[in-house]
Design a protein around this ligand. Structure first.
Ligand code: ZN
Length: 475
């Protein structure tokens, strides 16, 4: 396949040839007899974008769920209406935030008043908690003994289930969802690589990723972070990423236990990725890595609140930070209301981290964040909250630096992937040159996407190519 007349990032050449799953040549190239030729019409050709922090199974499951949080659902009446879904069997609802009920977390009895007949599980927006009604509690406890994360008050279960996704999955006997639809949507945004950061990723889910890749349902290259157990799985169709450590401020692990986990990761020659959304979680993690010794590739996920002092200590350890600039655009007004004013300058830093020499990469955190990387880049540039207020104007990135968040090599974050012969043919072609695209940063500008040498997306207004589109030729 030959792409001609493109603005090729990092190259004065205008043409690019793909052979198999690799870039074969870049320069001024003439078509071979019978070769498929794509006229880029001067559009920018980029390495495919990599989402460095996503929960793909969660994103796929989301499609079969009812959304029960702001902005779609803002109060008790809207919640009651959203949950009036015809049908029987389990009702899966997501996105709940206590602001919907004036700051209250509902218990099973409260949920029974909304959904009395069928089992309901309602997930909190953070993804850390499920709220169950009585039919759901009864159904689950008939199948398995109560796990430690099922809250009890005065001897009875409240229906609140904390951090027990693995238990819930096993008890419900759920099979991981099909990825084809979400993968196609991500491909349409130019995303050709994913790092799945779900802390529970283990050998069975790795097998599911491998099967989905082999069946051509998942064109993206995959890095799996997760449990130490993943190191024992056959890395066919995916690559092994960091050990994920999921901290929760209200129940921080014992320091020595966390240290043992970091050391266990080191014996597997793996770095660690630590979830830090609060100041306390970040302080704990930095102290942990100061004690254990940091390793290149160790990373902080989110770094939602980072004081200037923590920036210095992260830099000294050589930590990378995986950022979600779109959280400002999605929920910035709520952060300003909920986060202590003394921390407003520490919210979702970008520029100051970069200027300090901290390596950055970008991840959607979908389904908890918007999966469109272009919206995230735009938010990194504007820093604009939903109510129009700009949060931390000096933390804004240039469009070039925002794009770079998604061009980092997932297994060597300090390195930017480049369009050079021999590199994987994971490519994203825009319909316009960068000088125009940079002022918009719109996913709609993505015209064609190639993953593993195969055309996996073309915009609907494109004339069809003579060859069928197939994702399943990817290795
Ligand atoms: Zn996450």
């Amino acid at each position: 396949m030959l792409i001609r007349n493109a603005e090729i990032r990092d190259s004065p050449g205008r043409d690019l040839r793909i052979e198999g799953a690799r870039i074969a040549a870049v320069g001024t190239l003439a078509p071979h007899p019978g070769e498929t030729v794509i006229d880029a019409k001067g559009g920018l050709l980029l390495p495919g974008l990599h989402d460095h922090h996503i929960h793909l199974a969660g994103l796929a499951a989301r499609q079969a769920s009812v959304s029960c949080g702001p902005p779609a659902v803002r109060d008790a009446d809207e919640l009651a209406r959203a949950l009036q879904v015809p049908g029987s069997g389990w009702l899966r609802a997501i996105d709940f935030h206590e602001s919907v009920l004036g700051g209250a977390l509902p218990d099973a009895a409260m949920l029974d008043s909304l959904v009395p007949q069928r089992p309901l599980r309602l997930q909190h927006r953070t993804g850390r908690m499920w709220l169950l009604n009585t039919p759901a509690l009864d159904a689950l406890l008939a199948m398995a003994p109560p796990p430690p994360g099922l809250e009890r008050e005065g001897g009875r279960f409240t229906g609140r289930l904390f951090d027990e996704d693995a238990w819930l999955r096993t008890t419900l006997g759920s099979v991981p969802p099909d990825f084809a639809q979400v993968a196609a949507r991500l491909a349409g945004l130019g995303v050709t690589g994913l790092t799945d950061m779900s802390p529970g990723n283990d050998a069975p889910i790795a097998r599911h990723f491998a099967q989905q890749r082999a069946a051509g349902r998942l064109p993206q290259s995959i890095v799996l972070a997760g449990s130490p157990d993943l190191a024992g799985a056959d890395p066919k169709g995916w690559q092994l990423g960091p050990v994920k450590l999921h901290l929760h401020e209200s129940a921080l692990p014992d320091f020595d236990e966390a240290l043992a986990l970091v050391r266990a990761a080191r014996t597997q020659e793996r770095c660690v990725a630590v979830h830090c959304v609060t100041e306390v979680e970040l302080v704990f993690t930095v102290a942990l890595l100061e004690a254990a010794g940091a390793m290149p590739g160790d990373r902080i996920e989110h770094a939602s609140i980072a004081s200037a002092d923590m920036v210095v200590r992260m830099r000294a350890l050589g930590l990378a930070v995986c950022v979600q600039p779109h959280f400002i655009a999605q929920r910035g007004d709520r952060y300003l209301a909920e986060v202590e004013p003394r921390h407003h300058g520490d919210l979702y830093r970008l520029r100051s981290l970069r200027d300090a020499g901290v390596v950055l990469c970008g991840g959607s955190d979908a389904p908890y964040g918007e999966p469109d990387p272009w919206k995230s880049m735009a938010a990194a540039v504007s820093r604009r909250a939903p109510n129009g207020i700009v949060i931390g104007a000096d933390e804004a990135l240039s469009p070039e630096d925002a794009l770079a968040l998604y061009l980092a090599d997932p297994l060597d974050l300090a390195r930017q992937r480049r369009i050079v012969p021999g590199a994987p043919a994971d490519l994203c072609l825009l319909d316009r040159p960068w000088r125009e695209a940079r002022a918009r940063l719109l996913g709609n500008d993505v015209r064609l996407v190639i993953a593993g040498g195969a055309l996996v997306h073309q915009r609907v207004d494109e004339p069809p190519f003579e060859r069928p589109l197939r994702a399943d030729t990817a290795a």
